[in-house]
Write a protein that binds this ligand. Sequence first.
Ligand code: SF4
Length: 364
Amino acid sequence: MSTLLEKPAVVERIERGERLGPLDGRALFDLDLLTLGRLAENMRWRMHPQNRVTFIKDRILNYTNVCITDCQFCAFYRRPRHPESYLVSNDEILDRIQQTVEMGGTQVLIQGGHHPNLKIDYYEELFRAIRARFPITIHALSAPEIDHIAKVSHLSIRETLERLRQAGLASLPGGGAEILVDRVREAISPKKIRANRWFEVHETVHEIGMKSTATMMFGVGETLDERIEHLDRVRALQDRTGGFRAFIPWSFTPYRSALESSDTPGGVDYLRTMAVARLYLDNVSNIDCGWLTEGRKLAQMALRFGANDLGGVLVGEKVIEATGVDFQMTVNHVLSMIRGAGFVPAQRDTTYAVLREYGPDEWE
Ligand code: SF4
């Protein structure tokens, strides 16, 4: 029989530095919030002993909202020929990147829908045009977009990735993961790639010597066991390849999508999931928190629940904006948030290398 003072077994395992299994992961969700946060923060300090939180100056560019995949949770896409559908011209993309470079941005995150007519030559031309003009890192597309481009171009995943890398693609964001369990994927995005394919794309990215990130969008009808299954598979691939630079969990924003619901994750669920991710992913160095989906105040709290990075600051993002969420952020907001949480702010690049640490009185 346990007593009130007895420690849960999962806490003892963490304190002994043991790797957690799926049952441990599930048990973490039952800990009281502050105990869970303390454990995650301790692990964050072990992995990042500097008193520092990083961020990147980047631009999100959504080149098209045309998509034929009809995910139920998506408020962003429009079917081909819909009056609100768009494809941003290459000249417009280059102009936006010019502004990003002038503002000190070091990365452009390019993502869009599954456009039925854009084959690989479109992306090769775009990436080459960007790299010819700007010394900016192209962190672009996602596993489902790579799968789609491969299909419409009649190429293998490896050929697609090799050609895009030759054209200037530097790394692959972890988008399109949602919950990497097929029961959930079949319910919310039946036309999108299954979990095995998502992992196959990332494994191929890593095999050809590139890096990527992994994400999880939770609160779409999955169980807590399924969240752990998602984390477990990310950790297993990371054991094999070491190719994930970061993990980024965020909560589903339901507004204006076919999956609209009032039963959505709250702030406590977000902080719990953040902390569980930090503890379970013992081989992924960086955990980013998402101010874009969670708002500044909750993202700042997440820095005390295991996150060590705040993501990007120069936005022009349309996917989240389509849900009606419109959090804006400047570098000075980021500096203030990080200092307010008790850390030293530092600008990083796509590889998470620190470019500049900000002194206590430095602003932009
Ligand atoms: S989430 Fe992506 S793939 Fe799914 S409908 Fe939206 S744009 Fe298309």
